[in-house]
Design a protein around this ligand. Structure first.
Ligand code: PHE
Length: 338
């Protein structure tokens, strides 16, 4: 039986050398060293031997199996290499085909700009405060000094829900009241970013949803000078150092006095172009000192506390910074446009 084992080993080795393709190689593996292969079968017959002969036989059989396994692996490597060479030769792999394009992804321009805005305000000590998108009439209007039938409501056409008094917020300002209720009587320094909704006809310059970033500072000695200085610093960070700004008197029911801030047009540098409508200036936000009535609704005594607030539209900032002329691109889902 020992002799039989050696002959088996030799036959296996010689047939292996003659094999030239993977299919035959697999068959060889099954026949000689597989789980039901010749070597295993011989090992099972070890009982036919005398007790003394068994250990040496078993040892040799296992050795042989290892040798064959080794030979199999190097033959496999040779065969694979020659098969690949052959495949190249007949052209089944066309190396002249263009490579697969790498998919490129990036954040939405609104998200990029929002993050930049967060960073700038964070550097000035403003925390992010998240407020709800579905609001009550009281918060969106009444406590912001816009009682029912106030004409300013018409400027923000509203999506109402089927539930009375429940609406989609038309601006982030209702968050001011929610924050004041939460922070009272502590001083406040926050920004309130989020989506707002308006019931508008969609045009290149009007969308039914867009982002706003609201800002609110409430404290004991806050003045209009703080408002101007803070917003000026912001403008220098986002539009570049040395960029001229100006404040124009304006009106919002929830601030008094109210203003709008313009920056010198970053595309024509004040000469006048299509984007700035030939004025040389771009309007970027509304702001003002928090109205005493609003402070009172928020729980702060206006004889002790003052504050400033502002609201800006990141999409508008993106459009101005990149000369994008159609606001519908933002939710249009066409990567070509943004
Ligand atoms: N809420 C105002 C708007 O929608 C912007 C604003 C916020 C103005 C805070 C003044 C103060 O347009």
């Amino acid at each position: 039986m020992r002799q039989e084992l050696e002959t088996l080993g030799q036959t296996a080795q010689t047939t292996l050398i003659e094999i030239t393709d993977s299919e035959m190689l697999n068959k060889w593996h099954v026949k000689y060293i597989g789980r039901k292969g010749a070597i295993t079968t011989m090992l099972r017959r070890v009982g036919e031997l005398s007790k003394e002969e068994r250990p040496a036989f078993g040892k040799r059989a296992n050795e042989l199996k290892k040798e064959l396994e080794h030979a199999y692996q190097s033959r496999e490597y040779e065969i694979k290499a020659s098969e690949m060479k052959q495949a190249f030769a007949v052209g089944s792999i066309d190396v002249t085909l263009p490579g697969r394009p790498i998919e490129r992804g990036r954040l939405h321009p609104s998200t990029q700009t929002l993050r930049l805005i967060y960073q700038i305000w964070a550097d000035m000590g403003f925390q992010i405060y998240r407020s709800r998108e579905v609001e009550l009439d009281e918060y969106n209007f009444q406590m912001l000094n816009m009682p029912p039938h106030h004409p300013a409501r018409d400027m923000q056409d509203t999506f109402y829900t089927t539930k009375e008094n429940v609406l989609l917020r038309t601006h982030t300002s209702p968050g001011q009241i929610r924050a004041m209720h939460e922070y009272h009587p502590e001083p406040i320094r926050i920004i309130l970013p989020g989506m707002v909704f308006r019931y508008e006809q969609i045009t290149p310059s009007k969308e039914i949803q867009f982002h706003q970033v609201e800002g609110l500072a409430v404290g004991r000695n806050i003045t209009m000078t703080d408002l101007k200085g803070t917003l000026n610093s912001f403008a220098q960070r986002i539009f570049g150092k040395g960029r001229p700004t100006r404040f124009r008197a304006s009106h919002f029911p929830f601030t008094e006095p109210s203003a709008e801030m313009d920056v010198q047009c970053i595309l024509c540098h004040g000469k006048g172009c299509r984007v700035c409508k030939h004025t040389g200036w771009m309007e970027i936000l509304g702001c003002g000192m928090v109205h005493p009535t609003v402070l009172r609704y928020g729980g702060y005594d206006p004889s002790e506390f003052t504050g400033f607030a502002f609201g800006m539209g990141p999409e508008r900032i993106v459009m101005l910074r990149h000369g994008i002329e159609d606001i519908r691109y933002f939710w249009g889902n066409d990567l070509k446009n943004l």
